[in-house]
Design a protein around this ligand. Structure first.
Ligand code: GDP
Ligand code: MG
Length: 617
């Protein structure tokens, strides 16, 4: 049985839209499933909408057990696909859908039977077990199908029409507001004249007892099936079976373009409404989250402030260390200048003399201190260097205590924030907000050995070498001066032996001598200048290395402290962050769904019903 009257082109347009709808709404269901707090009833509505887009037209058969529901379905399909019999066989709902081959599948209480009958292309049939279960509210499944039905056929046995339960069923279906038809089956057991009496009886009783007259079909499923099983179909018997009425009704209903459109429009409208509700919810949740996001931002700001404060402490210490180091090396340089002063040349000369004859060593042994040492002491070089370690010693504990204090504060702050969370957000806080169980205070300690080495190297610098250089210089100077004097004597003796010395030669010799002596003395500050330069270079290199090591260790410590702060507050901040993302994604997806649904609605509206009717007529 094909519905030839419906223009197939229009039908295929509707079919395309139906598929789009089905896809879109099943996508929408996924998205809606992720919206927190969307009432179940709303989800149910969309599931319903999805169901409708999956079933072009749903005809549900209800009626007492044995009235012939399964037989009616078999007759319509022309095949004994449903089990039929006087004994209750099935207690479940069976839905018949179009499929290329006969196939059965079952999910929960519902069995789906696929059948290739062309009738099923535009119509799904639902077989229910018996009247008893149909109107029990707890029988969820039956209720759901009744609720989704486009038409309900109340099947009754011709000899037992309008029993109490049939009447009640009629009343209930009426209350439901469903389109319904009374199907009086097994009329083959009645005499032809009795059949119209039955119809009259049903109409009258319904009018009297329920106040309305339903549509009534008198049929014989047995005769109809027999007619269907003839090839070609026995049209006369088919007509007599009353099934021609059912066929006509189906054709008319399915050919009603406005109905088809309505059938496609309703799920879209429902989906739009629910999507709007969901979007509202998501936006509300975003607004609610905003306050908590501020808290998370505050936490981030506090962490950054903590980091800056720590950085400042480090910078101060580094500056103090650098200043002390600079001062110490300046003092050291001064000491060197002092040691190698020109004016000291003469004194040094005698010192050198002492060295040569071994007195210097003796003096050093007795005095216990070298000249260099005592000059460095005079300039308080070591003392200045010694100001550095306490600065470093203080840095670690200062940073650490600030870290611990900050973390405590942050933990208190974050815990209070978590307490403020509504349950749905509080549930999403994964992990505990707590101060870390361990605090690693090793970063500065780790470099301490290397720092001390550098410092010691700088303090001790040159005492030995300076001492040696100074001695060598003095020895050199003394030798030089002796040589110069000796030269003067030799030249003088040679020049003045025998002859009377003339004033000019005398002056020449004297000047030569003076140049040699003074030149020798000038060697000392020149030597000192080079030494001082090397000293400062070395000091600066040590200082820079010292500061670099300290800075790096402090940076590690600061980064570690920041990490601890972040870890301690992470359960909250992570929740806020991920929740923001989730909500934003949801909002975008819901908006995309809205647009997609609107697009499909537009496509549906573009199929003009008037034009469609013209096609039909
Ligand atoms: N005489 C007669 N018996 C029928 C007709 N339709 C069904 N029956 C019989 O009624 C009994 C119950 O039919 P079935 O379709 O299983 O009823 P269901 O329980 O409502 O599904 C079966 O024994 C059928 O053979 C009919 O049109 N005429
Ligand atoms: Mg049955």
């Amino acid at each position: 049985m094909e519905s030839e009257q419906i223009p197939s082109k229009l039908l295929s347009h509707f079919e395309t839209i139906r598929r789009q709808e089905h896809e879109q709404i099943s996508e929408l269901l996924d998205v809606l499933g992720r919206v927190d707090g969307l009432p179940d009833s709303q989800m149910e509505q969309v599931r319903d909408a999805l169901f409708h887009t999956n079933h072009p037209y749903l005809m549900v058969l209800v009626g007492p057990f044995g009235s012939g529901k399964s037989s009616v379905i078999n007759a319509l399909l022309g095949e004994e696909i449903m089990e039929v019999g006087p004994i209750p066989t099935t207690d479940r709902i069976v839905i018949l859908r179009h499929g290329d081959d006969v196939q059965r599948s079952r999910t929960g209480d519902v069995e789906t039977v696929f059948h290739p009958s062309p009738l099923l292309r535009n119509l799904s049939l639902v077989d229910t077990p018996g009247l008893e279960s149909v109107f029990k509210v707890h029988d969820e499944m039956t209720h759901r199908f009744l609720h989704r039905a486009d038409v309900v056929l109340l099947v009754m046995i011709a000899t037992q029409v309008l029993t109490a339960s049939n009447l009640e069923a009629l009343q209930q279906l009426k209350n439901y507001g469903k389109r319904m038809v009374v199907v009086v089956n097994q009329v083959d057991v009645l005499e032809p004249e009795e059949r119209e009496q039955v119809r009259e009886f049903v109409l009258e009783q319904a009018r009297l007892q329920l106040g309305f007259e339903p549509q009534v079909w008198l049929v014989s499923a047995r005769q109809a099936l027999a007619a269907q099983q003839e090839t070609p179909r026995d049209e006369i018997a088919w007509d007599l079976s009353g099934f021609a009425d059912i066929e006509e009704y189906i054709k008319e209903t399915l050919g009603d373009v406005e109905r088809v459109r309505q059938k496609l429009e309703t799920p879209l409208q429902i989906s739009q409404n629910v999507t709007k509700t969901a979007l509202g919810l998501v936006k509300e949740q975003q607004a609610a989250l905003d306050a908590h996001r501020k808290t998370a931002e505050n936490i981030a700001v506090q962490i950054e402030q903590g980091r800056r404060a720590q950085q400042k402490t480090v910078d101060e210490t580094l500056a103090a260390v650098e200043a002390a180091w600079n001062e110490a090396s300046a003092r050291g340089a001064e000491a060197i200048s002092d040691l190698f002063q020109f004016s000291r040349g003469l004194r040094l000369f005698f010192g050198g003399l002492g060295e040569i004859i071994g007195l210097g060593g003796l003096m050093r042994r007795f005095g216990g201190r070298t000249r260099v040492e005592s000059v460095l002491d005079e300039h308080r070089v070591k003392e200045t260097f010694e100001r550095i370690p306490p600065l470093v010693d203080k840095l670690g504990p200062r940073l650490e205590s600030r870290d611990l204090q900050d973390i405590d504060d942050l933990v208190d702050y974050t815990r209070a924030a978590v307490k403020e969370l509504p349950p749905n957000l509080a549930n999403k806080v994964i992990g505990r907000i707590q101060t870390p169980l361990r605090y690693e205070a090793r970063f500065i300690r780790d470099v301490r050995g290397r720092l001390d080495d550098l410092l010691r190297d700088s303090e001790r610098f040159e005492v030995g070498r300076l001492d040696r250089t100074l001695r060598n210089t003095l020895v050199l100077l003394t030798l030089w001066e002796i040589l110069a004097l000796a030269l003067m004597v030799v030249v003088g003796v040679t020049a003045f032996s025998g002859a009377t010395p003339d004033a000019a030669s005398l002056l020449l010799v004297f000047a030569l001598g003076l140049i040699l002596v003074v030149g020798g003395l000038a060697l000392v500050p020149i030597r000192g200048w080079f030494l001082r330069r090397a000293y400062l270079r070395r000091q600066h290199a040590n200082r820079d290395e010292y500061l670099r090591l300290l800075r790096e260790a402090a940076h590690e410590l600061i980064a570690y402290g920041v990490q601890l702060r972040q870890d301690a507050t992470a359960p909250f901040t992570r929740m806020v962050e991920s929740q923001s993302e989730v909500l934003e994604t949801l909002r975008d997806e819901l908006q995309a769904q809205q647009h997609a649904l609107t697009r499909i609605q537009g496509g549906l509206a573009a199929l003009e019903p008037d034009e469609a009717r013209r096609h039909i007529e």
